[in-house]
Design a protein around this ligand. Structure first.
Ligand code: PEP
Ligand code: MN
Length: 252
């Protein structure tokens, strides 16, 4: 089982080390990847759930940037655990070359110049489906990443827009069917479910993880940190360490 876990954004070095030391307890039980954004690219990253309604609470936060990439490099060297971060343009790709995994974020699933540039990555790429992308588009994006490249592409379902997108209590809607369908029709791809971004709510992470795995997912993405309420981004969906332990016990 692949488990992409970590705080939404890369934390300052010592805090990040504490998160990794916590997560390392599962390194022998799953294929653990430390995932955290050095460059944050959400268009509404700072919303919090207040009384069942998403409200903007903080000023724009775009992540630690280059410093965050350096912290992830340090994590890979020190703990020998692969890391993954979203890369949004060619410059970011070039400067993150030491990392094991590049993430194509949901907003960039159809960013052809980025996909083409990432052919030179020659490594592992986590490709997120955009919230309005069809599976054909997702597979097309994967094909662009793979063309004349030895990239290994893994697909990530992270929630789609539906007719009731106006329901502010959830952020997106995990397309569980897409997981089963991709595994049935395109078995060469590993598929994971992002249980955090797909709902935006920490109480829904465990049921969605179980549902994704039941549908055939090869793994999950879960945002976790010591005190998720303090997170600069996506605080409503991050699970704390206790909750993460309970989720791992339930799914491993
Ligand atoms: C993320 O994974 O950090 C993220 C921003 O998610 P998404 O691209 O799925 O919105
Ligand atoms: Mn996030």
């Amino acid at each position: 089982m692949m488990v992409f876990a970590g705080p939404c954004g890369v934390l300052p070095r010592e805090q990040m080390e504490r998160e990794v030391e916590f997560l390392a307890q599962w390194r022998d039980d799953c294929d653990l990847v430390i995932r955290a954004g050095a460059h944050k690219g959400q268009l509404n990253p700072n919303c919090k759930m207040v009384d069942g309604v998403l409200v903007p609470t903080k000023e724009e936060y775009v992540g630690l940037g280059e410093e965050g990439v350096a912290i992830l490099e340090h994590i890979e060297r020190t703990y020998d655990i692969p890391t993954c971060t979203e890369l949004m343009n060619s410059e970011q790709v070039v400067r993150a070359a030491e990392l094991t995994w590049a993430q194509v974020g949901a907003r960039h699933c159809g960013n052809l110049p980025l996909l083409r540039f990432l052919r030179s990555w020659h490594g592992k790429v986590l490709l997120k489906r955009g919230p309005a992308n069809t599976l054909t588009e997702l597979l097309g994006a994967a094909a662009h990443l793979e063309y004349q490249s030895d990239n290994e592409v893994i697909l990530c379902e992270r929630g789609v827009v539906t007719h009731d997108h106006g329901d502010s209590r959830i952020r997106w809607r995990p397309d569980i069917l897409a997981i089963a369908q991709l595994k049935a029709d395109h078995p060469r791809y590993k598929v994971i479910l992002d249980c955090s971004h797909s709902t935006g709510r920490r109480d829904l992470v465990l049921p969605m993880a179980k549902a994704g795995i039941a549908a055939g997912a090869d793994g999950v993405m879960i945002e976790v940190m010591h005190d998720p309420d303090q997170s600069m981004t996506d605080s409503a969906q991050g699970v704390d360490h206790d909750m993460f332990c309970r989720i791992m016990e339930a799914i491993l």
